[in-house]
Each structure stands twice: as structure tokens, then as C-alpha cells.
Design a binder for this molecule. Structure first.
Ligand code: PLP
Length: 261
């Protein structure tokens, strides 16, 4: 049976990130995609020019409508925008998370530097949403913000932060090493079994808009199919590598272009 996967995230009208990337990824991974909007952004491949948030009560109403009618096999949470929306999402998912795999991509700042999460909302994400998640996928600055400590600069520090984030409550935490100043780009997963490294090479392309959205959505689709977290991450990373490799076939915008699903 085809799995139903729900993204709770923001919109990117240029189609490279946010719910647009999530829905393309769900389709490419053979799942049926659904989307609850937390915010509209005005953006293109050059950057974000505006953010219009959805009232938290209406985020809750969208989630309620989906769950009232549709079997949901996995949820991916992306841009949350503010603490009220984080609280509304947590309230809607708290009673469901035991039987529903939730992937939390704690999106904070777009590649161009625009904030996608209010700075006073980081604690709500850490304390209300992280404990509900099967997999949390912070990059290095996001992991540091969630722990309120400096950004990791070594593999040892990355693994240590992943382990300590996992102890906050999620089943697994994938700390992504793309911001590491090194030739390679390793990711580290901390789960109940311990630490797993995923080695990665840097892609020779500037078209990496929406890579985080794509990875977390692909993980959610694989969890919906029943994969264990470490297997879901391995499959999702292979999918993302293919989407990045095909990105230069696209001609979308003049900035950091999207990946090809
Ligand atoms: N816009 C939205 C709505 C997003 O959800 C995200 C990332 O999650 C971004 C923009 C950031 O995209 P990037 O930093 O990959 O350009």
C-alpha cells in the first residue's frame, strides 16, 4: 500500500525548498504527499524577501482536518516560524507520536541568512517538539543553538552533540556536517544503538537550495515504509546525492538553484 506522508512546513514559491521540495520528494520516494502550511515565504534562488506566518490556531486546524480523515504514516516538520506554532504542532502530535514516526528538521536560518524561526522559539522546538521525534536533523549551527553552546568544529564534538541531543528525547539525531571546514562532509547519527557515521563528499555545484528539506522528507518517506532510522538515513542520503548530481540539469534562477528530484 502507498504510504501517506504529511509535511508541516513553510512554502517556497520558487519551488526549491519548503513544502514544494517536500512534496516532490514524497512523490519521488513513492509516497502520497500532504502539506500543512506554517508560513508563506516570498523567496527565489537569491534569497527570502518576506515571511507571512499562519496563525497557530489555523496550523492546528489544518492538522486536525488531515488526521480526522486520512491515515498518516509519517510526519516531517520543517519551518515552524515561531513559538506559538511550535506549541500548536506539539499539542496536535503529542498523543500520536508513539505510533507515528515524526522527522523534525529544526530549520532556523535560510542559506542567504534570513531567519525562518524566531530566536525565542528555539527552546520550544527543543523542549516541546524534539521529544516527539523519531529523527531530528540539525545542521551544525542548529545543533549548537538547540544545546545553547558553540558550534562543533570536530567529528568528536559533532558526535558528542548528537548524543546529548538524543538524550533530550528523540529516538535518533542526525547531525549534518556540511558546515564543517573540511574536504569531506560527514553526518553522524546517534540512536539507541550508539553512533553511526555517514561519510559524504562535497558536491561540486552551487545548486543546493532545499537540500535539508529534501533529506528530511526522504527520511520521513522511508520511515513511513517501515525502515529503521539508520536505514532510512542511508537511503535518504543516497537519494539526495542523486538529486544534487542532477541539479545542474535544471535552469532555475540565478542564485543557489534547487536540486532535481
Ligand atoms: N524556505 C523554506 C520555506 C524552508 O523550509 C527552508 C529550509 O528548510 C528554506 C527556505 C531554506 O532553504 P535553503 O537554506 O536550503 O536555501
Amino acid at each position: 500500500m502507498i504510504r501517506n506522508v504529511l509535511s508541516i512546513a513553510g512554502s517556497d514559491p520558487s519551488g526549491g525548498a519548503g513544502i514544494q521540495a517536500d512534496l516532490k520528494t514524497f512523490s519521488a520516494r513513492g509516497a502520497y504527499g500532504m502539506a500543512v502550511l506554517t508560513a508563506l515565504t516570498a523567496q527565489n534562488t537569491q534569497g527570502v524577501t518576506g515571511v507571512h506566518t499562519v496563525p497557530a490556531a489555523f496550523v492546528a486546524e489544518q492538522i486536525r482536518a488531515v488526521f480526522a480523515d486520512v491515515r498518516v504514516d509519517a510526519v516531517k516538520i520543517g519551518m515552524i516560524a515561531n513559538a506559538e506554532i511550535a506549541g500548536a504542532i506539539a499539542d496536535m502530535l503529542r498523543s500520536r507520536h508513539d505510533s507515528l514516526p515524526i522527522v523534525l528538521d529544526p530549520v532556523m536560518i535560510a542559506k542567504g541568512g534570513s531567519p525562518l524561526l524566531a530566536s525565542d522559539a528555539v527552546a520550544a522546538v527543543a523542549h516541546q517538539l524534539m521529544p516527539l521525534a523519531a529523527v531530528v536533523t540539525p545542521n551544525l549551527p542548529e545543533a549548537a543553538a538547540l544545546l545553547d553552546e558553540p558550534v562543533a568544529t570536530t567529528r568528536e564534538a559533532m558526535a558528542d552533540q548528537a548524543r546529548r541531543l538524543q538524550r533530550i528525547g528523540p529516538k535518533a539525531v542526525l547531525v549534518k556536517g556540511g558546515h564543517l571546514e573540511s574536504e569531506d562532509s560527514p553526518d553522524v547519527l546517534a540512536d539507541v544503538a550508539g553512533i553511526h557515521w555517514f561519510e559524504g563528499k562535497r558536491a561540486p555545484t552551487r545548486n543546493t537550495h532545499g537540500t535539508g528539506c529534501t533529506l528530511s522528507s526522504a527520511i520521513a518517506a522511508e520511515l513511513a515504509k517501515g525502515a529503521a532510522p539508520a536505514d532510512a538515513v542511508a537511503i535518504a542520503k543516497a537519494y539526495l546525492a542523486g538529486a544534487i548530481a542532477a541539479a545542474d540539469e535544471l535552469s532555475v534562477g540565478t542564485g543557489h538553484g534547487p536540486v532535481q528530484h
